[in-house]
Design a protein. Sequence first.
Length: 163
Amino acid sequence: MRRPTVPAESTTLGLTYLEFVAFLHAANSLGPNALALANLLGMLGLRVSEACHVDIEHLGEQRGHRVLQILGKGGKPATVPLPVPVARALDAARGDRDQGPLLRTRTGRRMDRHTAARIVSNTCRAAGISARISPHSLRHTYVTQLLDCLRPFIVLHQLDSTS
C-alpha cells in the first residue's frame, strides 16, 4: 500500500498577537472554564490531552512560585511554572473545589478533547476570528508568540557572532 506524503513543515497556523488578545478576552466573557482552557493551551502551550487531564491536585507551589505538574507526551512528568494571569484563571476555574478535574463540562464530568475543541471554536466565534482554529493551533500560537518575544535577542546574538 502506498502511503500519502506528509509535508516536512506543519501548515497549522496560530493566531497573531492581536487575535490572541481578542481570543483571551472572548474566553473571559464565556466563563472560567473557557478562560482556563485558553490559558492552558495558548499561554502554557499544553497539548489538549494534557490540559484536559489536569487535576486540581496537580496545582502547587515550588520555591515560591505557583506550578502545575503535568504528564507530557510519553508519560513524561513535567513541572510548568504558572504566570500570575494563568494562575488566576486556573483558580477561577477551580472555584472552591480542592480535588478532581480542573476543566469540567456543564454536567461536572472531566472535559474531553472534543469538548475542548468546541470551546475553542465558540471562543473564536465570540472573538470574531474567522480562521479555523483548533486546540493545537493554540500550541502554535504559544510558540510563535515566544519566538516573537525572543526575536530581538536572536538578532543581537546573530550580530555578535558575525563580528
